[in-house]
Design a protein around this ligand. Structure first.
Ligand SMILES: Cc1ncc(COP(=O)(O)O)c(C=O)c1O
Length: 359
């Protein structure tokens, strides 16, 4: 038996939705996309949603819509998936790497210390499903006159004091990659915002800079979304809160099963609703533990072993050392979690981890 890191749902309701979208013969930015955009905007609590074919594309579109230009500096946590950084580079701006706080998310004090006259914005990342310190991030943005673009790729349905993440910045971006809390069974992404102009510009840029069918007001690209996947997203959006409740239940189960071990468990930031996209534990014996679990058919992951500020692709920015990030990347280990896991699977993982520690 293998216990996978993540198990996305596949069932008859989803299959029926796909077949219906196929029959509609409107496959690109058709009725399913339009409805998914409306439903997602309503779910997050903002006015606009613009679907795109990935979160990477969504981040780039939003940076362009925000008017980012060559030489502009953007504050970003190093401890994130590389696409967050890539979008900044692709928009011709300079990523300024920020260290991690005790919850593995952006340390706002370190970000403030790195503001220069060229800084235009900040991209906090709600990593692993845990909201960043939003009061601190908002204060940073308002104190220095920066825009805030939330990277919500890992945090669909996460909230701070009851308000969903994605509604705090000028705009936010979500990913629908298969392992995400909300997926479309393939690549996909969405931009959400209250800002009419940003939404309109993202819509144009994702479709070749089109003003209308025949007129292109600027050079964009083809970053459109499709109806077959939007139909899947609509079915799963209706289940998102229940799926997140299930993830939280399983995280609590891990909390009980792994208590008392020399292992640091994830903590929920006070005031936040963590949606456990990933369940990340921490131990200096990371490699040994991963090998032990692999032998027992339990998949684990490391998100992420090489910090983005140490990636060869961005070496030329000469980022300064980030001690907290550099320490944590050697010790973190992701254990299996998703709404599709059973109690028995989580118990089996916990039992194996306990056996590793001789408990
Ligand atoms: C934090 C974060 N940002 C951005 C992305 C990019 O998402 P996508 O794969 O949809 O382009 C990911 C995907 O893994 C991510 O985890």
């Amino acid at each position: 038996m293998t216990i996978p890191l993540s198990r996305p749902p596949v069932d008859d309701e989803i299959k029926q939705a796909v077949l219906a979208a196929m029959d509609s013969r409107q496959w690109i930015l058709g009725p399913q996309c339009k409805e998914f955009e409306k439903e997602l905007a309503r779910y997050i609590g903002v006015r606009h949603c613009v679907l795109s074919n990935s979160a990477t594309a969504g981040l780039w579109l939003t940076l362009r819509a925000l008017g980012v230009k060559t030489g502009d500096e953007v504050l970003v946590p190093s401890h994130t998936a590389f696409p967050t950084i890539e979008a900044i580079c692709f928009a011709d701006a300079t990523p300024v790497f920020v260290d991690a706080d005790a919850f593995y998310t952006m340390d706002a004090a370190d970000a403030a210390a790195k503001v220069t006259p060229r800084t235009v914005g900040v991209i906090p990342v709600h990593l692993y499903g845990q909201p960043v310190d939003l009061p601190a991030a908002r204060e940073l943005a308002s104190k220095f006159g920066l825009w805030m673009l939330e990277d919500c790729a890992q945090a669909h349905g996460a909230a701070w004091q009851g308000q969903k993440v994605g509604a705090f910045g000028r705009a936010a971006v979500f990913s629908f990659y298969p392992s995400k809390n909300l997926t479309v069974m393939g690549d996909g992404g969405a931009i959400v915002t209250d800002d009419e102009e940003i939404a309109a510009r993202c819509r144009r840029l994702r479709d070749h800079g089109r003003l209308n069918k025949d007129v292109h007001s600027e050079v964009g690209f083809n970053l459109r979304f499709n109806d077959i996947q939007a139909a899947i997203g609509r079915v799963l959006l209706r289940r998102l809160d229940a799926m997140n409740d299930r993830r939280r239940e399983l995280a609590a189960r891990y909390g009980t099963g792994l208590a008392g071990l020399p292992l640091e468990l994830p903590r929920e930031r006070p005031g936040a609703r963590h949606v456990y996209h990933l369940y990340v534990v921490r131990t200096p014996r990371r490699a040994e533990l991963a090998a032990f679990l692999k032998e027992r058919g339990i998949q684990t992951g490391v998100h992420y072993p090489v910090p983005t500020h140490r990636q060869p692709a961005v070496e030329h920015f000469a980022p300064s050392p980030l001690p907290a990030t550099e320490r944590l990347v050697d010790e973190i280990l992701t254990l299996p979690i998703s709404a599709g896991h059973t109690d028995a699977e989580i118990d089996a993982v916990a039992t194996a981890v306990r056996a590793f520690f001789g408990a």
